[in-house]
Design a binder for this molecule. Structure first.
Ligand SMILES: [Zn+2]
Length: 301
């Protein structure tokens, strides 16, 4: 099924990265700057992220002996240092996820770069090292984002959906590893209900969402894929879903030959097997087009 499978370390069948994006209330301030403080219920639901879910998840990861990756908007890193401390104490990675969850592809390039650099500074200050990887808020990777990743020396991106295994992004001046996921692996699409933010997904049992994630895992395990969840502590860290997550990790560990890894370690592995010639990945040259395709006439402004 996969024509060019990547050799995973130690003969593993697949790689698993249970990644969490801790957006907390950044998204509410972004969507409703003036009124955010008056939307108390939604604020409480979003603050469940650092207050309840992250402590629970780091305990869960410790129980299973795995280290994972958390993406945090840098504003959340500054606002919620105790959650950051727990993540770092657990040996987990903190990745770049914008400053206030701003959308890169809706900003002029200089503004995108301003927030990109401001976030790097905040991550260095909080963790002692620059981020190795990036996930664009709401997947809104712009035509310039790769340039900034290359210029600032990040090793990988985890925003795109172009394959079932890692591939490379090339802008003509450098390359970063792409560690792709897709919408079915995002808990938002399964569970997010927030009237103030405009999301009204039908309520479903944790097991129904988990069926999707488990079947995705079984296919990755069977064919040698890369399984990356794009989850949010306030959704998957809720009590019943966290219990279902524990069952899923147990299922994965029971199957065996699964490489649980931080994304920075997966990216490092990709670079290693490319450098030593044991694997030749697919390369996407970005941007895909220099502008709007010429076959359609541009509308006069
Ligand atoms: Zn996010």
């Amino acid at each position: 099924m996969i024509r060019n499978p990547i050799p995973w370390p130690d003969g593993a069948r697949c790689a698993v990265a249970i990644t969490f994006d801790m957006d907390a209330d950044s998204i509410l301030h972004l969507a409703h700057h003036e009124q955010a403080n008056n939307k108390v219920m939604t604020m409480s639901m979003l603050r469940y992220d650092p207050e309840v879910a992250v402590p629970r998840l780091v305990d869960l990861f410790a129980e299973f002996g795995i280290k994972q990756t958390f993406f945090l908007p840098a504003w959340c890193i500054e606002r919620y240092p105790a959650a950051v401390e727990l993540i770092l104490e657990g040996g987990h990675e903190i990745g770049h996820h914008g400053y206030l969850h701003e959308h890169p592809n809706e900003l002029p390039p200089e503004e995108e770069l301003y927030w990109f650099d401001r976030s790097i500074d905040a991550i260095v200050k909080a963790t002692g090292q620059p981020p190795r990887g990036f996930r664009a808020p709401s997947y809104r990777f712009s035509a310039k984002t790769l340039d900034f990743l290359v210029q600032r020396g990040l090793s990988y991106d985890a925003s795109l959906m172009g394959d079932d295994i890692p591939y490379l992004l090339d802008n003509g001046e450098g390359r970063v590893v792409e560690l792709p996921s897709h919408y079915a692996m995002d808990d938002w699409a399964h569970f997010m209900v927030a009237r103030d933010l405009g999301y009204m997904m039908p309520i479903k049992a944790p097991s129904h969402g988990m069926d999707v994630f488990r079947e995705e895992f079984d296919a990755a395990w069977r064919y040698g894929g890369l399984w990356i969840s794009v989850w949010h502590p306030m959704l998957m860290g809720r009590l019943a879903r966290a219990a279902a997550l524990a069952d899923l990790i147990a299922h994965m560990q029971h199957k065996g030959k699964v490489w649980f890894a931080k994304l920075e370690d997966i990216a490092a592995h990709v670079k290693k097997v490319v450098a030593d010639g044991t694997w030749n990945p697919r390369v996407d040259r970005l941007p895909y087009y220099p502008g709007p395709i010429p076959e359609l006439p541009r509308k006069p402004k």
